[in-house]
Design a protein around this ligand. Sequence first.
Ligand SMILES: Cc1ncc(COP(=O)(O)O)c(C=O)c1O
Length: 477
Amino acid sequence: MLKIDTTQKLELTKAEMKEYGYKVVDAIVSHFDTQNQKLPVAAASRQEMDQLFLEDVPEKSTDAHKVLDFVLENVMTQSNIVTHPKSFSFVPGPSNYISAMADSLASGFNIFSGGWAGSPAAAEMEIVTMNWLLKMYGFPVKKGGGIFTSGGSMANLTAIITARKVKCGDDFSKAVIYLSDQAHSSNIKAIRVAGFRKEQIRIIPTDSEFKFSLNKLKNAIAKDSLEGLQPFCLIATAGTTNTGTVDQLSELAAICKKEKIWYHIDGAYGAAAILANNGKQLLKGIEKADSITVDPHKWFYQPYEIGCLLVRNHRWLKGTFTEKPEYLRDIEGNTSEINFYDHGIELTRRFRALKFYMSIKTFGLKAFRKAITYNIKLAEETESFLRKSSNWEVISPATLAVINFRYNPIGNALSEKKLDALNQYISAQVVSSQKALLVTTVLNKQVVLRMCLINPRTTMQDVKETITLCESFAGDK
Ligand SMILES: Cc1ncc(COP(=O)(O)O)c(C=O)c1O
């Protein structure tokens, strides 16, 4: 008889699992408890990392605690702390403990969140949380639909593939897609992945507020139509990555309606502002989209990975992504039982809805509303603080918790080139001090410092200390 060698079962005893698991939980709790006191920036060269980790695949076993201790000591410490209150760059990931634990449950039970038969509860939870989101954005709950993805990039890709199918069918050789020069790069990547040629992409310049230039957009659509091309999709942004700018959502909706163009809104980080009163005001018109990307792993405070695509009509997803292989015949179920593998690109999917569900149930949506409102106010307060200083120039005002500014002291007539170099230097010094993560971006050809203040634990004190740190480096130069 075929025998099982105990080691091949990849198992621990119950007691060993408990001891190991408690140690992992202790490490996570300690991280949450002490993260504010740690340095947010990790800095290590490839050579240093190779020296620590590079080895041939180990054939023999190693003591579980030895591996865990090594990982806790060397791996977890060599990563930026994106949950840190002084992690201001890119789009931070403030996260929350309940969702981190929910992810552990999802992995611990290894729940297959692809189809109804794999886990009716996981599918139902995705339906329920999707309904919450549909309602938040004014989409029809019954007719609308959506899917959780790994992040915003995958949500945008899913949107573009759906738009292509619905608007063009299988022949998209004449199709043209429009987006602004401030749209996130994941959109261009998605367009290219979807098989569009460069000539099918129109990047429309933005105006002085970094919004779509409507006149240029209208001209481009008219010209393409006259040339016999097929304008089929427009991507607006609700919260651009650079400046937090929200495009003219209602005006763009009217253009799309008139021209019969698919209207996608990339609200990966900014759309969460719907939960704040002034955010809701700014996002007016979002309910007119055909599809919206919103990323819970950004401003809904979820740990990676959870993005989301919402669509006005769930049939669009099903019509785009359904395949019927013989080996899935037995689990098709009835039409009310949603198989999310038919609504997107992935078949096997982790149980992403669980963390969203558990964190909102636990804290209540009101806590999220307060946190997001606080973040928007924090950026506004940062703006007034900078405007009162003779050292700083605000380049783009606080919008959806993002603000851009540069060091440019009054009376110091530095050339643009020197100002760029100075601000680049300040950022590099701040990052290499590891005390704050504050990198630059480029706006109107100027190098600027950009703060994205979506962490609910960041205080004005954290902001002021970072500005003082910047000033100390500026003084060096
Ligand atoms: C507006 C916007 N869209 C899309 C993305 C891509 O999202 P992800 O990094 O989750 O793929 C980002 C990321 O910052 C973003 O800001």
